[in-house]
Design a protein around this ligand. Structure first.
Ligand code: OSB
Ligand code: MG
Length: 394
């Protein structure tokens, strides 16, 4: 095997391979694919509603191995400025050529290579994810072990979209609590907030309950948002503008409830600033939003050092992105339930096997198999592929 000039180091915690040039992986080709999966029911947030997910897969080929990643961008620039289209362009024209240009010697080196390009974190993360799956396979480790994750199971909650009526929402709350989910997160927006939280809390006084506004309010709504303090919420996620940390600090000062930032934290610098300014008491880490594993691990470490709880956010990922989220959430600092639902919460059929399932205690098992720890169902993917591009080494 001349492809891997691998000199394995046996480090237990965050492996030295991540930091040092101990491995050289020659990537032969980068495949990008768009696969459309229908959702079992529409998902509505303060910024819009979708009925299907255009899943963006990235596959790195190296010496007969395949490393899989997922770009979590949506079709429209609503959650963030990135879209499936921008990520496609940035990967095809800039990031994939950078990966194919020279052997990759480690995660940090790959992150540095990408750092010359500004922004486009979700595109960068898609390739970092695929690289880490590859590296885990080269090392014959699970992804969780590769990054130093020790949890055998991760606690999970469910994110419930805005519904046509409160009674439809209550039915869903009942259903997901019955399945064992440890925390219910309600999507809120003006007109679907205090009244809705009131009804859920009235029926379920004891559950872990949080809300996520996806930036639907401004500081002018402070008196309105203060009403949420009556419901013993675990957190209020991203109430204010998607790039703000200053107004969130002002809001946090007058709220009892913990704020959690999602959209605003696009890297460790923003995390550091938010903690310094006391803009939030909790951080949601999404590997895609922060640009990959390097940044996600750095934010995790930063929060752990300051005793700030973190949890793993979700972007309606297919099983491939979900498998990476499970690995990430196996790290010590992930002390709150993640948005890592079972595959069946979103999809009739997932593109991995076995699918992600929920244990009745509201956890998901961290697989111990090599790489993702799930099989990727290539023929199912092929049947649902809308677009495919293969870029190979010169
Ligand atoms: O803000 O956390 C969010 C889905 C798409 C975009 C943004 C968000 C979400 C979710 C769903 O809340 C999380 C999931 O279950 O994957
Ligand atoms: Mg959110």
């Amino acid at each position: 095997m001349c492809y891997f000039l691998a000199r394995m180091l046996h480090a237990s915690k965050i492996s030295d391979q991540l930091k040092e040039a101990s491995t050289q992986i020659i990537v032969d080709g980068v495949e990008i694919r768009l696969v459309r999966l229908p959702l079992t029911e529409p998902f509505e947030t303060s910024f819009g509603k979708i009925d299907s997910r255009l899943i963006f897969l990235v596959c790195l080929n190296a010496g007969g191995l395949k490393g899989w990643g997922e770009v979590v961008a949506s079709e429209k620039p609503l959650y963030s400025y990135e879209t499936v289209g921008t990520a496609f362009h940035v990967i095809k024209d800039f990031l994939a050529p950078a990966v194919l240009d020279a052997p990759v010697t480690g995660l940090a080196e790959l992150t540095r290579r990408f750092s010359t390009f500004r922004g486009h974190n979700m595109a960068k993360a898609g390739l970092e994810l695929a690289f880490m799956d590859l590296l885990a396979q080269v090392n014959k480790q699970s992804l969780a072990t590769l990054i130093g994750g020790e949890r055998k199971r991760v606690a999970v909650g469910v994110s419930l979209g805005i519904q046509p009526t409160v009674s439809q929402l209550l039915k869903r709350v009942e259903r997901y609590l019955g399945l064992g989910y440890q925390r219910i997160k309600l999507k809120i927006k003006p007109g679907w907030d205090i009244n809705v939280v009131f009804e859920v809390r009235r029926l379920y006084p004891e559950i872990l309950l949080s809300v996520d506004a996806n930036s639907a309010y401004t500081l002018a709504d402070v008196d309105h948002l203060r009403k949420l303090d009556d419901f013993d919420l675990l957190m209020i996620e991203q109430p204010l503008q998607s790039d703000d940390i200053v107004d969130h600090a002002r809001l946090q000062k007058v709220l009892k409830t913990s704020l959690c930032l999602d959209e605003s934290i696009v890297g460790q610098r923003q995390a550091q600033a938010a903690l310094d300014l006391e803009s939030c008491k909790i951080i949601n880490i999404k590997i895609g939003r922060v640009g990959g594993y390097s940044e996600a691990l750095a934010i995790h470490d930063l929060c752990a050092a300051r005793s700030i709880p973190v949890w793993c956010g979700g972007m309606l990922e297919s099983g491939i992105g979900r498998a990476h989220n499970i690995a990430l959430a196996s790290l010590d600092g992930f002390t709150l339930p993640g948005d890592i639902s079972a595959s069946s919460r979103y999809f009739e059929r997932d593109l991995i096997s076995p699918e992600v399932t929920l244990v009745s205690d509201g956890t998901v098992i961290v697989p111990d198999g090599v790489g993702l720890g799930f099989e990727v169902d290539s023929s199912f993917i092929e049947r649902h592929t809308e677009t495919r591009v293969y870029l190979s080494r010169k």
